[in-house]
Design a protein around this ligand. Structure first.
Ligand SMILES: [Mn+2]
Length: 548
């Protein structure tokens, strides 16, 4: 592991440290970073959405409201998509629109605005308007088809556009947000339009920031600028959420109201909502978020818990299978693994784990009889969606996604040539040094700043995640006072260091011999506040270490 120390200056005091950490994230306006703007005060153009397109859509919706026209919101089955559908549907329904949600099923309809999905929603009668959330930016043929049927089309999405302009009539698109918050901004504008007419309550969308936090954090968008606003204000609201489904989900994931942070969303709430879309019905997850009946919410959360457990077991089993094939990509610059046993609901999790373990972009393919579906995860500096698009026409694939994650569909007979071509492209375009595991470190932390106050002050920079990683430091010349292994099979290392600091190194138990008493070491880690038996103390979360 290479340590990439971003700042060579040693901060003298805590404010210099905060300044340095924020600058390391490429942020110049420190005050704004520490005190983000409320999402309620972000304008449509602030977040990169074209106000003219919103105006066009609102005008059409006003007419739809008067004429009681039928509207379908076409969502997506991942956590971001479910939260987006919930926000737009609930807002419009409460404002008296004749609106219903449609969330495609992964296996039955496939991802995004698909012909199969459109066919299904038409079975319930032709709507007058279709609004997409969290999808649609590359579904050109499908939008054209809807228009040909005489349906008015409103697209809201945040995925990467391709070279063609969408035929949808109103394009509410930006890549600066997640799907949930694009939907929220649009919902807020619909609410504002409706309120100027009949001055109803003005609290609908302002009470939905909790869902915005869940969507933003779950979709791994960079937590800076507007996304930081949504995550910060949203987490605050999530901690005292009035939404029954979220209350029960929080309880089911073992988190506590008042203590909900980005980790609770990433490891507690989001995986449970995602599990439904992966293996069962995302619409039930949406129902759980919308219901006002405690019994109904309990029942749905019970289902979610069961499905989540199944998802965990399945992922574990398939991951082991994937890992056993590691020799296949030893010499390649990208990992491609295909298997008939890979359930398409968990290929994203498999690709993510492979990328994390081997520091290479990874694609996991669920092989079907005629067509196969793939999920890709990448590392910074390798735009995986663009890379896949170079093969799209030649291999007649469907490709969609972001710089770091993509989905694809390919004919099964073309997988072999796909692998061959992509291995070659990766060898040409991905430089090996980008693939060596390197960890960014903010600076060397002087001993005067190794205290609880520093750890607590650094928390004001949270929520952490993509684009705003948790601050990490080098701790030089620390003396080992005591060391031992803890946990199941001695997996982790617990250390006491001089001067008087506890440290823990998860997954580093086998390196106990490098930590003999009296040994001087350099550590790379993060400062954390350890709460135990009502006492708070400082603890270093060790990510890596070298003998000094
Ligand atoms: Mn999304």
């Amino acid at each position: 592991m290479q340590w990439n120390i971003l700042s060579k200056v040693e901060p003298k005091n805590i404010s210099e440290l905060i300044e340095l950490v924020v600058q390391n994230r490429g942020i110049t306006d420190i005050e704004k970073f520490l005190h983000p703007t409320s999402p309620l005060d972000l304008s449509v153009s602030d977040v990169g959405i074209d106000p003219k397109e919103v105006k066009k859509a609102l005008k059409r919706l006003q007419q739809a409201h008067e004429k009681e026209e039928r509207i379908v919101i076409y969502g997506d089955y991942d956590c971001d998509g479910v939260c987006a559908t919930t926000i737009l549907w609930e807002t419009m329904y409460s404002l008296g629109f004749k609106v219903s949600p449609f969330i495609p099923e992964r296996e039955k309809h496939g991802y995004g605005l698909s012909q199969k999905g459109i066919d299904e929603l038409l079975t319930k009668g032709k709507p007058d308007i279709v609004i997409s959330v969290d999808n649609g930016i590359v579904a050109h043929a499908q939008w054209q088809h809807l228009r040909d049927l005489g349906i008015y089309t409103i697209l809201t999405d945040h995925h990467e556009p391709d070279e063609k302009k969408s035929p949808a009539e109103a394009l509410i698109h930006t890549t600066q947000l997640c799907g949930t918050t694009v939907a929220w901004v649009f919902a807020r504008e619909i609410e504002r339009m409706s309120n100027t007419q009949n001055l109803k309550s003005k609290i609908l969308t302002s009470q939905m920031l909790d869902l915005c936090a869940v969507g933003t954090i779950a979709d791994q968008v960079p937590l800076i600028d507007a996304n930081r606003s949504f995550a910060t204000f949203g987490l605050e609201q999530l901690n005292k959420t009035k939404r029954l489904g979220l209350q029960f989900l929080i309880e089911a994931s073992g988190a506590k109201p008042g203590m909900i942070d980005e980790w609770s969303v990433n490891y507690g709430i989001a995986p449970r909502i995602n599990a439904m879309g992966r293996l069962q019905s995302a619409l039930d997850a949406m129902r759980a978020l919308c219901t006002r009946k405690p019994e109904k919410a309990r029942e749905l959360i019970g289902t979610i818990q069961d499905v989540n457990r199944t998802r965990q077991e399945l992922t574990e089993e398939l991951l082991q299978k994937a890992m056993s094939r590691a020799s296949e990509w030893k010499d390649e610059h990208i990992i491609i693994i295909d298997d008939v046993d890979f359930h398409e609901g968990v290929i994203g999790l498999i690709a993510g784990k492979l990328t994390e373990t081997f520091f290479k972009p990874a694609i996991a393919l669920s092989v079907g009889k005629i067509t196969s579906k793939g999920s890709a995860r990448s590392i910074s500096g390798v735009h995986i969606t663009n890379m896949l698009r170079t093969l799209r026409d030649e291999l007649q694939m469907e490709v969609g996604g972001h710089p770091l994650a993509a989905g694809l569909k390919i004919e099964t007979t073309k997988i072999e040539i796909f692998k061959k071509r992509l291995y070659a492209i990766a060898k040409e375009t991905i430089q090996l040094e980008k693939l060596t595991p390197m960890i960014d470190v903010d600076c060397v932390l002087p001993q005067t700043l190794m205290n609880l106050e520093t750890a607590q002050t650094l928390k004001s920079l949270s929520p952490f995640g993509s684009g705003n990683r948790e601050p990490s430091f080098v701790f030089e010349n620390m003396q080992v006072v005591s060391s031992k292994v803890i946990g199941k099979e001695g997996k982790h290392l617990k250390l006491q260091l001089a001067p008087a600091i506890d440290a823990i190194a998860f997954g580093k138990g086998e390196r106990l011999p490098d930590m003999s008493i009296g040994q001087s070491v350099s550590l790379l880690g993060q400062l954390s506040v350890n709460e135990w038996n009502g006492r708070t103390s400082l603890q270093i979360m060790v990510k890596d270490f070298n003998k000094a």
